[in-house]
Design a protein around this ligand. Structure first.
Ligand code: HEM
Length: 533
């Protein structure tokens, strides 16, 4: 059956079976094809999914804003929903829709407000100090007597962000940096690898304790085909698939049971503490439970709902932040001049405040924050998302395009069922917004007084699509930013990072954007040198 989007131009499909999905999801480095397509076709073009299904790729600002603001018409895609349901359940904030979503977000938004986030820097600082100690220990162990060593920092950073989301968001101590095993940590790590590697055929379960081993993290061809097939599954078939006795599904089931149990305990502890009059905890779950108690009955979350937000926050908050910090260190490791300038700004602030870099002080650092914005622009943790059109509608464009018949169009009709790719990374590189040097990493662009946030921009931060926008905006963007500021400031003040000249590291898509070597193993070897105090 022909569809109105058939007339939208796009690159020729290399395969009926895979469509463009191998090029889009599994290129040698992320964006190898996508950014060229964008250059050629602009802010909206047509791609093919598995079995040549139409997939409308959108990075046009007006179109994206329209799609993201109307969550009733543009729902999270069937595939995304199926995966969230398997991983967490139907109460997860990612899964719920409409009034339930609004009610749950209201209670959660309160917990993620600036006043709660302001309390987090000391928590992040303790974690960052532990990272620094680990790096120092590795430098001390290095065979050469120099002040530096080649260290794969990837897993240390990931443990740090697991600890960060544990202590900052859900009030749980993973002690991942101390290589401690924790029930929730083990289980969480297993499913993340199960999902990221090869969700449906994984023969290995990884234990958190051995997470320093490297592993392949990108999606395989069967995953992509599976993703294409999921929309054709009905609920019964999906549930049947979920009960298959493969290791990956075992890990998923095990994790759901474990995290439900631990989450229930965490909430009980919070309630108990509140009953005893303890209201001084700083983690966001504390604020959530407190807010929920005082909310009126119709606005409350049930216990079952509250429980599913705990694994939701863990899944959303660890890899995204861990990878972004790693990718930020790559940029610093490539450019010592920039690194030195940021270090100078940080050192001045550090001495002015006697080493107490508060939330407001960190917010005031111009170059450091320009750098973070540029990292979030070019390395968005989730470089794309999906939506499914729930009812026929017309998407406006900020720039008209020519359709396949040569007619100029400034809007695109779409039918129910149409799959849309939300091109976050592509939007962040639009030359119409960011200028002719949009592809270049240049933090100074944010320092120009003439730099304007684009008029069609959306989203909570700096006109970037990185945290998306509309009612489903990333709830954790301020949490993430504060964590980056604190962790990176501690590390930059103490160490100099260098990316080796022949480094094979590149950016790949493994649900989130991650650094990987030529064998698709996650990792980031950097030369780390201890600086004089
Ligand atoms: C650099 C770090 C991060 C990036 C790039 C990021 C990006 C995103 C994006 C793109 C979405 C929307 C997904 C979609 O609807 O398709 C999202 C949603 C979400 N994020 Fe983040 N995120 C980050 C960090 C965090 C952190 C630290 C937390 C929590 C501690 C968090 C919690 C969430 C939650 C709960 C949602 C679901 C919101 C909803 O559907 O209402 N994120 N994030």
């Amino acid at each position: 059956k022909s569809s109105p989007v058939d007339l939208i131009p796009g690159p020729p499909s290399p395969s009926w079976f895979y469509g463009h999905m191998i090029q889009l999801l599994l290129p040698k480095y992320y964006g190898e094809y996508e950014y060229k397509w964008q250059e050629r076709y602009g802010g909206v073009y047509l791609l093919k999914g598995p079995f040549s299904q139409n997939r409308l790729m959108i990075s046009d600002p007006a179109a994206l804003k329209f799609v993201l603001n109307d969550t009733a018409t543009f729902e999270r895609s069937t595939q995304q929903q199926a995966i969230v349901e398997m991983l967490i359940g139907r109460n997860a904030v990612f899964y719920v829709q409409g009034d339930d979503h609004r009610r749950i977000r209201n209670i959660m938004n309160n917990a993620f407000s600036p006043s709660s986030i302001r309390e987090l820097p000391p928590i992040f600082k303790t974690i960052a100090e532990k990272v620094a100690e680990k790096l120092e220990a590795k430098i001390a162990d290095a065979p050469s007597q120099s002040s530096g060593a080649l260290i794969d920092i990837y897993h240390t950073i990931h443990s740090a962000t697991l600890d960060g989301v544990g202590e900052g968001a859900i009030g749980y101590t993973f002690d991942a940096l101390d290589n401690k095993d924790s029930v929730l940590g083990n289980s969480h790590q297993n499913i993340m690898y199960a999902v990221m590697i090869n969700s449906w055929q994984s023969t290995t379960t990884y234990t958190y304790a051995s997470s320093s081993s490297t592993m392949s993290g990108v999606r395989t061809k069967p995953d992509i085909v599976f993703e294409g097939i999921v929309p054709f599954f009905n609920k019964t078939l999906l549930q049947l698939a979920f009960s298959l006795p493969t290791r990956a599904f075992n890990a998923l089931r095990h994790n759901r049971t474990t995290s439900a149990k631990v989450s229930a305990e965490l909430i009980d502890n919070q309630v108990e503490a509140l009953d005893m009059g303890i209201t001084t905890r700083k983690d966001l779950l504390h604020v959530m439970v407190k807010g929920n108690r005082s909310a009126k009955a119709s606005a409350k979350m049930s216990n079952a709902e509250m429980q599913e937000q705990i694994p939701s926050l863990m899944i959303a908050g660890q890899d995204t932040t861990g990878n972004t910090i790693s990718l930020a260190l790559i940029e610093l490791g490539r450019d010592h001049q920039l690194q030195d300038a940021i270090r100078k700004e940080l050192a001045e602030a550090y001495s002015e405040t006697n080493g107490n870099l508060t939330y407001s002080k960190l917010e005031s650092l111009l170059l450091f924050n320009a750098f973070l914005k540029e990292v979030l622009r070019l390395h968005p943790g989730l470089p794309m998302s999906d939506r499914t059109v729930a009812k026929d509608t017309i998407i406006p464009l900020s720039r008209s395009i020519y359709n396949r018949n040569g007619a100029r169009i400034s809007e695109i009709p779409v039918s129910a069922g149409q799959h849309i790719i939300v091109g976050t990374a592509s939007y962040n590189r639009l030359t119409s917004i960011w200028g002719p040097d949009a592809q270049e990493f240049r933090p100074s662009r944010w320092l120009k007084s003439s730099h304007n946030i684009p008029k069609d921009s959306f989203g909570p931060f700096a006109g970037l699509a990185t945290f998306l926008g509309g009612p489903r905006t990333c709830i954790g963007w301020r949490f993430a930013l504060t964590e980056f500021q604190v962790m990176l400031s501690v590390l930059i003040l103490r160490f100099r990072f260098t990316l080796p000249k022949d480094s094979p590291v590149r950016e790949v898509l493994a649900v989130t954007l991650a650094p990987a070597n030529e064998k698709n193993e996650f990792g980031l070897p950097l030369l780390v040198e201890r600086l004089e105090d």
